[in-house]
Design a protein around this ligand. Structure first.
Ligand SMILES: N[C@@H](CCC(=O)N[C@@H](CS)C(=O)NCC(=O)O)C(=O)O
Length: 214
């Protein structure tokens, strides 16, 4: 069994992607709380010793530091033979949604939520811009999930874990009440949450939180 250490902060949906995947694969990890709000990931020392890209999460597997959630999720799927898709066509679809998630859904939702909720004086023009983009991406996802139980057909994959991550935080943080605005997304979140072993973000990622300004 590999030994995992996850460098994270509790509000990090990207960290949740890995914590959830490890948990659903029956693995445990040592949580390494990181002072993201205090700016530690911007320091030259942290970048030299933990991640030159300056990003959370970092997953240590038997001491080897891995970064970028999408390839890590795919590696874990391969390693544990779970959630990676079965056929070549399904694997292609997993990659397609992982890229879409990183570029569009997570990319915008993470930035929108952080600016909206965890900064003291968010710029309303920036919020309006991000919200408009997100509304479009969420409508695309809503339509897809009206026809599919999971991102790829009727079985959960790492594409689901990547895409649900930032949508799984409380309404007062995301600013979206999906049960009201996006019923198919809401039902999909509930389907993922009913997988055996599922745990919520703040349950898996404990510790001191960022200041919540709204
Ligand atoms: N594509 C990266 C995104 C990681 C990321 O953006 N992490 C955030 C925290 S959740 C971060 O460290 N941001 C620092 C920054 O953008 O300067 C991944 O999937 O791991």
């Amino acid at each position: 069994m590999p030994i995992y250490r996850l460098h994270y902060f509790p509000e990090s949906g990207n960290s949740y992607k890995l914590a959830l995947m490890l948990t659903l694969c029956g693995q445990t990890f040592e949580p390494v709380w990181t002072d993201f709000g205090g700016g530690v990931t911007r320091t030259p020392q942290w970048r030299q010793t933990v991640n030159p890209m300056g990003e959370i999460p970092v997953l240590e597997e038997d001491g080897e530091r891995l970064t970028q959630t999408a390839p890590i999720l795919l590696k874990l799927a391969e390693q544990y033979g779970r959630f990676g898709g079965e056929t070549a066509a399904e694997k292609f679809e997993v990659l397609r949604w992982l890229f879409w998630d990183n570029h569009k859904l997570t990319g915008y939702m993470a930035t929108y939520r952080y600016h909206r909720t965890f900064t003291p004086a968010p710029d309303p023009h920036v919020l309006t811009y991000f919200r408009k983009r997100l509304d479009d991406f969420l409508a695309i996802l809503e339509q897809h999930l009206q026809r599919n139980a999971f991102a790829i057909g009727d079985r959960p994959t790492v594409a689901d874990f990547s895409m649900i991550a930032y949508l799984s935080f409380p309404v007062d943080e995301t600013g979206y009440d999906f049960a009201v605005s996006h019923p198919a997304i809401s039902a999909w979140l509930a389907r993922v949450a009913s997988l055996p072993g599922w745990r919520s973000p703040y349950d898996l990622l404990p510790g001191k939180r960022l200041t919540h300004y709204v």
